[in-house]
Design a protein around this ligand. Structure first.
Ligand SMILES: Cc1cc2nc3c(=O)[nH]c(=O)nc-3n(C[C@H](O)[C@H](O)[C@H](O)COP(=O)(O)OP(=O)(O)OC[C@H]3O[C@@H](n4cnc5c(N)ncnc54)[C@H](O)[C@@H]3O)c2cc1C
Length: 384
């Protein structure tokens, strides 16, 4: 692996950083308090490719490599956790599967809307009784009746449905076929029988809507299947592998924002006659944070690079996500520590960033599940 970014990747990173610094970073607190996304900024994102990072150019996407995708999501996370999560889900969980498995008709109909800066996409996997164990727990069914699929069930904790022109839904299409009995279906909000419930009240990421969905006799046409009937579970696992790169990148962005705030504060705050940054205890926290952020970023970018090479990246994506989310937790914890009481106040950004990052070790596969994935890879490799 090259140990530096290409000139194009560096230019793109700088452009996204400048955009985020101007359009999102100063407003992150307002987004958290109001619970409202900054649509004025999102509408400007297509010019940089942020609303279709890896979607085909013919449908308004930027067709970027995975490293550039990770760099962009890191910058979004650095600027605003809520916007970062919604854009990560939009790109990885919605545009991603449509790009990979959509027919030209599905791509023409939905990707063009998803990349235009007016909407954000959603993928509904989780249910009230099924998160980590989707294969065992998903109860939502889609049954073929005449020229329709009829969907019944409920989904929980779904990012962006209120902004989505289409929601990708994982449902059981054959109860007796195990992991071959799932399919992904494209459901448009407004379809009779689909209820999108009000956003959950959460600890953080308050600008990113997380909603429950219920399906009562929801009818969609037979060609609303995304990819192949019976391949929905495998498609889900592949989507989550990619999603882990972006949640890793998002976590690094959050950690970096808290770290930068802590370094600035440590140089300004005086105790016992000098800046607290002069004390070794503070310096060690700063040094550890700098080291761990760099280490986590290398893992995430290596996973992205493997993906770009068409190589197996599942283990590295799980490692990158696990490392980056644990680093974010530690760095944000210490950023508050460095701020003392001010860090515990809503007046300083580290309090919000700490709340925002807490989701990262839960969403798109908990840390426990990442360890299971890594162990499975290692045991398989050793067994070969
Ligand atoms: C803000 C937010 C946004 C989200 N966005 C989306 C979205 O867009 N789409 C979507 O489909 N979902 C989304 N989710 C849901 C999220 O992906 C799930 O909550 C997550 O996968 C965990 O599932 P769970 O909450 O059911 O936990 P559970 O699976 O019930 O796990 C509970 C605990 O048990 C542990 N555990 C479970 N199984 C094992 C095991 N075999 N060994 C050891 N420990 C185990 C877990 O690690 C965890 O600590 C979102 C959630 C939140 C909070």
């Amino acid at each position: 692996m090259e140990f530096d970014l290409s000139p194009e990747q560096q230019m793109f990173q700088r452009a996204v950083h400048d955009f985020c610094a101007a359009e999102l970073h100063p407003y992150a607190d307002e987004v958290d308090r109001s619970g409202e996304m900054r649509w004025g900024a999102i509408r400007k994102m297509p010019a940089l490719g942020l609303t279709g990072l890896q979607a085909p150019e013919q449908y308004g996407g930027a067709e970027l490599d995975s490293i550039s995708m990770a760099l962009a999501i890191e910058e979004l996370g650095w600027a605003c956790g809520s916007t970062g999560l919604s854009l990560a889900a939009h790109n990885g969980l919605s545009c991603g599967p449509l790009t990979r498995w959509g027919t030209p008709e599905q791509q023409g109909k939905y990707l063009t809307k998803l990349t235009n800066g007016e909407h954000l996409g959603a993928l509904a996997l989780t249910e009230p009784g099924a998160g980590s164990d989707l294969a065992g727990g998903v109860q939502t069914t889609a049954v073929q009746q005449g020229d329709s699929w009829v969907i019944n069930g409920s989904k929980a904790w779904i990012t962006n449905p209120k902004f989505a022109p289409v929601i990708i839904v994982l449902a059981r299409t054959d109860r007796d076929a195990g992991t071959r009995g799932f399919s992904m279906l494209l459901v448009e909000p407004g379809t009779p029988g689909l209820t999108i419930h009000p956003p959950e009240k959460k600890m953080g990421l308050n600008g990113s809507p997380t909603q429950m969905l219920t399906f009562e006799q929801v009818r969609v046409p037979l060609d609303a299947v995304l990819g192949e009937v019976g391949r929905g579970f495998q498609q889900t696992m592949q989507t989550l592998d990619g999603g882990r790169i972006s949640i890793g990148a998002l976590s690094i962005g959050l950690a970096r924002a808290a770290f930068e705030a802590a370094v600035t504060y440590a140089q300004q705050r005086q105790a016992f006659g000098k800046p607290i940054s002069d004390y070794q205890a503070i310096q060690w926290m700063i040094a550890d944070a700098a080291l761990e952020i760099e280490a986590a970023r290398l893992l995430v970018l290596r996973a992205a690079w493997l993906r770009d090479q068409g190589r197996d990246f599942g283990k590295l994506a799980a490692m990158g996500k696990l490392k980056a989310t644990e680093v974010a937790e530690k760095v944000c914890h210490n950023a508050i520590q460095i701020h003392g009481s001010y860090g515990y106040s809503r007046e300083f950004p580290v309090e919000r960033i700490y709340r925002d990052q807490r989701l990262m070790s839960i969403g798109e596969g908990t840390s426990e599940i990442q360890r299971m994935v890594i162990a499975r890879h290692v045991l398989r490799e050793q067994g070969d």
